[in-house]
Write a protein that binds this ligand. Structure first.
Ligand SMILES: Cc1ncc(C[n+]2csc(CCOP(=O)(O)OP(=O)(O)O)c2C)c(N)n1
Length: 367
């Protein structure tokens, strides 16, 4: 019913929790009691600490690159919170919080960004696909997974993440078309953080919203305030329930704002102003949940200082574990692309081994 009421073509957007931390209690889902809400907030704080540490690790030369989630904590946590163990989560590359919530360890996520591909080797039971750098290609993989559920008569739902820039890729449109045609149990979740590196949302499409793109493919779309944990949660709850009930796919456009750089290799001051960033800080998704919880006497400055310190310690431990697990084996560059290595690659592999042997290094990374 949210879908009918919040029609993107009628310029309606779901927003519940204000930037000042106020909301109409009538909207609060009964299962989100104080304890459950505090847990989601706690996950948002953990994510922010993990993100801030990753930026520091990269600056200190201990991480290759990193795509921060700063400012997108509500979109990450409020959506992934609705998944059950059997559901699949299909990330792009700005879903650290969603992946953590689904059971991927921060150690593995850090390992990936440290440049070690074993960081993509998630335990099978968490049901999360690897981080996907080629923009939007994951949308096709995700629809494939949800089609598999249909073919096998299984009950899992697939939640696919992509960015606003990802909606300009053909992959996204093929995935949407397939999902609509075959009514797969898919939820497309667009984190519209207003930028694709330096390209603003206005240069991606002439459509007034990204949510309305679903209409062309024969299923509903909704636009929500992506910095509002409640709005993200409620829209995803309905989308997941619809998909699980066999009512087909839907699309959620979460309007958020990327507060950090695109990645640590980016300098956002070249394409957006300090003033713009300052304005956006008022809409910080973490701040508004904290204000709401403060008003209800559930957190205070002391509990929050302790929480941040505890999560920073956890992130530091995970980083140390990741560093201890790094193993770069140059053979792996060759070993996993072909069942049988083509002769020209076999030659390169042999050359690489000879080169390393001459330098006194084994092909397994360590001297
Ligand atoms: C197919 C492909 N083309 C180009 C790139 C380079 N690239 C990496 S991220 C990115 C922008 C993605 O923007 P968006 O989908 O809005 O996601 P965001 O980074 O904002 O989360 C581009 C162009 C890529 N990784 N893959």
């Amino acid at each position: 019913m949210l879908w009918a009421e919040y029609d993107p073509l009628a310029n309606r957007r779901l927003a519940i929790l204000s930037p000042e931390g106020q909301m109409d209690e009538g909207w609060r889902p009964s299962e989100l009691d104080d304890e459950a809400l505090l847990h989601l907030y706690d996950r948002m704080v953990a994510l922010r600490q993990a993100d801030l540490l990753a930026l520091n690790l990269q600056r200190a030369g201990r991480m290759g690159t990193y795509a921060p989630t700063l400012g997108q904590e509500a979109a990450n946590i409020g959506s992934a919170a609705l998944l059950q163990a059997e559901d699949w989560l299909v990330p792009s590359f700005r879903e650290t919080g969603a992946m953590l919530l689904k059971g991927v360890s921060l150690k593995l996520i850090y390992l990936y960004w440290m440049g070690c591909e074993w960081g993509s080797h998630f335990p099978e039971e968490v049901r999360v696909l690897p981080i996907c750098a080629p923009v939007s290609t994951q949308t096709l993989h995700g629809v494939g997974l949800s089609w598999a559920a249909q073919l096998k008569g299984e009950n899992w739902v697939t939640l696919i993440y992509l960015g606003d820039g990802g909606t300009s890729k053909g992959d996204f449109h093929e995935a949407m078309n397939f999902a609509g045609t075959f009514q797969t149990p898919t939820v497309f979740f667009i984190q519209n953080n207003q930028f694709a590196i330096s390209v603003p949302r206005t240069r991606q499409t002439a459509s007034a919203t990204l949510a309305q793109k679903a209409i062309a493919y024969g299923f509903p779309g909704i636009q929500v305030d992506g910095n509002d944990l409640m709005a993200v949660y409620l829209a995803t709850r309905e989308a997941v329930a619809r998909a699980r009930a066999g009512q087909g796919p839907c699309l959620i456009e979460a309007q958020t704002y990327r507060m950090g750089p695109h990645t640590t290799a980016d300098d956002p001051t070249r394409y957006r102003s300090e003033a713009e960033l300052k304005t956006q800080e008022r809409f910080d998704p973490l701040l508004r949940v904290r204000l709401y919880l403060e008003n209800r006497g559930l957190v205070n400055p002391e509990t929050e200082a302790a929480r941040e310190a505890q999560h920073l310690k956890w992130a530091q431990e995970q980083a140390r574990e990741a560093e201890a697990a790094i193993s770069y084996n140059p053979d792996e560059i060759f070993d996993y692309h072909f069942a049988e290595l083509p002769p020209y690659l076999a030659e390169q592999k042999a050359y690489c081994q000879r080169f390393l042997a001459a330098k006194g290094e084994s092909a397994h990374g360590q001297a």
